[in-house]
Design a protein around this ligand. Structure first.
Ligand code: GLN
Length: 402
């Protein structure tokens, strides 16, 4: 007998994530579409990837690489990743036991947390913090302990950069601390860690069992001749770190959702136990295509130059407006302070200002306040410059009216 609607029980499912709604990136992209605004909000390129990469994936499909790959990823891709890391950062991860291909950076991060964090464990995150970290920690029953980047200002109150809150970090460490999550180049501020920062972090966790989760998905976007400071460059940290990166960011294919995690064998062993029941494997032809394309170092070694030109183009245009520009040493994000514009909307909070900017000016941005557990307002919004020059030019024309 089919129960009719009146008798169907409404199941009560208490939420695991009471503070979570739809991500700000999805919200702002939907709004940008609705209002036909130029979308400098969600971080993704509006241009195509290299056709050689498309051909390589296509060839793999036609060569019938279409069934399940090995759980940790196909051997040529893991070998390619290992070679790339060795070439850039002089650390050798064994492709057999220390590298796993993931369904994007976010799945890699989630699985790191799921394998490492138990109920009652504390995980230190540094705000502004990428929006997936805290929900992932809370999903597995851990407690996120946020500390905040120090906002540096000059005499006129202009933000001149962000620095790591070493005192707060030290104070946040307890006997329950399981992991510290770091992210350089940093989304959303663009700040990058220096060698001395890695040294300080190593000192802070020395003689503890604290793990490091190092989100390095913007590793190939570091500007002005600086070098990316991967944990892989630092033997002491590499020994206790999970390193996460993303082909989506590096090769302009964010929708493919392929990334990787590298870690010492005993940590990777635990990672794979969760990974195999979380995604099991990552799609095969993409992996073959990426393995082939990765043989050529030029696309990733040239990426910083490529994006630095876009950064400089956007900055030059924005300098002609009343937005105050924050420094952008890395990532494809440019943050600006809107509080000095000569319009009444400067009174709006960051989220409302972004809504207004999208609807009325036709340019979507992301409020930096969305990267805090308990909203902090600093009057700063984020633009993504992974866009064609014509898109950036059009956005600048609209923003220059302000
Ligand atoms: N990482 C991207 C950003 O910061 C967004 C990814 C997503 O939409 N989840 O904009």
């Amino acid at each position: 007998m089919n129960p009719n609607n009146n008798t169907l029980r409404q199941i009560n499912l208490p939420t695991r994530l009471p503070k979570v709604g739809t991500t700000i990136f999805t919200v702002m992209s939907a709004l940008a579409n609705e209002y036909q605004a130029i979308n400098l909000g969600q971080g993704f390129p509006d241009f195509s990837c290299d056709s050689r990469l498309l051909d390589a994936v296509n060839d793999a499909m036609r060569a019938d690489h279409n069934q399940y790959p090995p759980m940790a990823g196909i051997a040529p891709l893991r070998e390619g990743i290992s070679k790339k890391i060795a070439h850039l950062y002089k650390h050798i991860y064994d492709p057999l036991t220390e590298i796993t291909v993931t369904a994007g950076g976010t799945q890699g991060i989630f699985t790191v947390i799921a394998c490492a964090v138990r109920p009652g464990d504390e995980v230190i995150v540094i705000e502004p913090v990428y929006d997936s970290y805290i929900p992932a920690i809370e999903t597995v029953g851990g407690t996120a302990i946020p500390v905040q980047l120090v906002v540096e200002r000059n005499g006129e109150g202009k933000i001149t950069g962000y620095t790591i809150p070493w005192d707060a970090l030290q104070k946040a460490i307890t006997s329950h601390t399981r992991m510290i999550m770091i992210n350089s180049p940093h989304n959303p501020t663009g700040m990058v860690w220096e060698k001395s920062d890695l040294d300080k972090l190593a000192e802070l966790v020395r003689n503890t069992d604290i793990l490091i989760c190092s989100d390095e998905v913007y590793e190939h976007m570091v500007y002005d001749g600086q070098q990316h400071q991967s944990v892989a460059r630092h033997p002491e940290l590499a020994n206790r770190s999970f390193l996460i990166s993303s082909f989506g960011k590096t090769y302009h294919v964010t929708g493919w959702k392929v990334g990787y995690v590298a870690a010492p064998k005993h940590l990777m062993n635990e990672f794979r136990k969760v990974h195999q029941f979380n995604v099991f494997t990552v799609n095969t032809p993409m992996q073959y295509g990426l393995a082939k394309y990765l043989e050529d170092p030029v696309p990733y070694t040239q990426l910083s130059n490529f994006y630095q030109q876009k950064r400089d183009f956007l900055r030059k245009g924005l300098e002609a407006t009343r937005f105050k520009l924050l420094p952008t040493p890395g990532t494809y994000f440019q943050c600006v302070d809107y509080k000095h514009l000569n319009i009444p909307e400067t009174q709006l909070n960051e989220a409302d200002f972004c809504q207004w900017l999208t609807k009325e000016i036709g340019v979507a941005a992301i409020p930096v306040s969305a990267f805090y557990d308990k909203t902090v307002e600093s009057g700063v919004i984020r633009f993504c410059f992974a866009k064609q020059q014509t898109t950036l030019q059009q956005a600048l024309e609209r923003l220059s009216k302000l």
